[in-house]
Design a protein around this ligand. Structure first.
Ligand SMILES: *Cc1c(COP(=O)(O)O)cnc(C)c1O
Length: 372
């Protein structure tokens, strides 16, 4: 079945007890068992498992073409669960341009567990290869990256990782399974912040890991989630599965609108650069075109005149709201350097844009008036 059709059904059949088309929400924290703890209906206690969470996991695994998925309370909880499953002396390669939270996680928390994250230019396969150490157990890539929309070659990184006996993990939040399927290109694990496009309406947090194989790694992380407790609430699983139903439909609009916005901005005299992998001028456009079906709803733009000009532009927008996060129906814009703490890595004239599903002409009109 094609992805659009799969998304509408994946994870949940009509409820066998009532025929309900939308899945019943199971809020129960505990499930009846036999006198010696024998399971009756497959569930025991909600920290270990819940039917709504299982349905969401089955849905996400189906869209990614994975063997299994695990849902978490946030994308960061999912990321932390993967890194924490590595042996204590592990070296992990991460992108230079990586989600800000991953850098903070490495510096402030994983270092104490003996896990070292080292940033490398993952858009350069030779640089990745050269940065390997005997204890490199994971290469973590984020493609497209947040916020500079850099593209890493998933298949090339998978080959390097596997030759080194390491995992290749891909943060595919910006792409979603609609636009790229890293497991088919050799990745071991895919991470999604489902807070973004899966939820799709800026109203539910969550994260997921999707595994190429139902291996010991999947089991170890499932066990750790049970014990450490970073579970997704049943209602959040329910909401996210509802979002998943329309994910391919929404992504098509996000991509179309982002193209209109990227083309308008890149032709404007007040714009220094537009980072959107669908533009022929993008440094890694060829790789993006090879491994992605379309180029996504995220872009970033560098405004001529530095930080002050970028902030003035963001302040004049009416249809794009100044806010963090991404992947909702509404268009959002954010000055990343302002929210990256004391050592920002984003250029100070860079604005990250989450292009929503409004009419593209309205979006372009708003950008035009704010740049005038
Ligand atoms: C938002 C985001 C995360 C973190 O996810 P949360 O759900 O906020 O914890 C990780 N990676 C990328 C690319 C993101 O955009």
């Amino acid at each position: 079945m094609r992805l659009e059709s799969l998304a509408v059904r994946a994870g949940a059949e009509p409820d066998p007890a009532t025929g309900a088309i939308a899945p019943p929400l199971h809020l129960s924290t505990t499930f009846r068992h036999g006198p010696a703890g024998e399971r009756v209906g497959g569930y025991e206690y909600a920290r270990e498992g819940n039917p709504n969470v299982s349905q969401l996991e089955a849905g996400i695994a189906a869209l990614e073409g994975g063997a299994a998925a695990l849902a978490f309370s946030s994308g960061m909880a999912a990321t932390d669960a993967l890194f924490s499953a590595l042996p204590p002396d592990s070296h992990v390669l991460i992108p230079r341009d990586v989600y800000h939270g991953v850098r903070v996680l490495g510096r402030e928390f994983l270092a104490r567990q003996g896990i070292t994250l080292e940033a490398v230019d993952v858009t350069d396969a030779a640089a990745v290869e050269a940065a390997l150490k005997p204890n490199t157990r994971c290469i973590w890539i984020e493609t497209p990256s947040n916020p500079q929309l850099q593209i890493a070659d998933i298949a090339a990184c998978a080959e390097i990782a596997h030759r080194a006996g390491a995992l290749l993990a891909v943060d595919s939040t910006f792409a979603t399974p609609c636009l790229q399927q890293p497991l088919a290109l050799g990745a071991s694990v895919v991470m999604h912040s489902t807070t973004k496009y899966f939820g799709g309406h800026s109203d539910v947090m969550g994260g997921a890991l999707v595994f190429a194989q139902a291996s010991g790694l999947h089991e170890a992380i499932a066990h750790a989630r049970h014990v450490r407790g970073a579970v997704l609430a049943p209602f959040n699983a329910w909401m996210t599965l509802r979002g998943l139903r329309s994910l391919p439909a929404r992504m098509a609009w996000h991509c179309r609108n982002a193209r209109a916005v990227a083309e308008f901005l890149s032709a404007h005299t007040h714009v220094e650069a537009v980072h959107w992998p669908g533009l022929a001028a993008h440094r890694n456009h060829a790789i993006a075109a090879r491994q992605m079906r379309d180029f996504g709803g995220m872009l970033s733009v560098r405004i001529r005149g530095g930080r002050a000009a970028a902030l003035a532009f963001a302040g004049k927008l009416r249809l794009f709201t100044n806010a963090t996060s991404l992947g909702g129906c509404e268009s959002l814009i954010e000055h990343r350097a302002s929210v990256e703490g004391p050592q920002p890595i984003s250029p100070d004239n860079l604005l990250r844009v989450s292009v929503g599903v409004e009419h593209p002409d309205d979006l372009v009109d708003d950008l035009r008036q704010a740049l005038a």
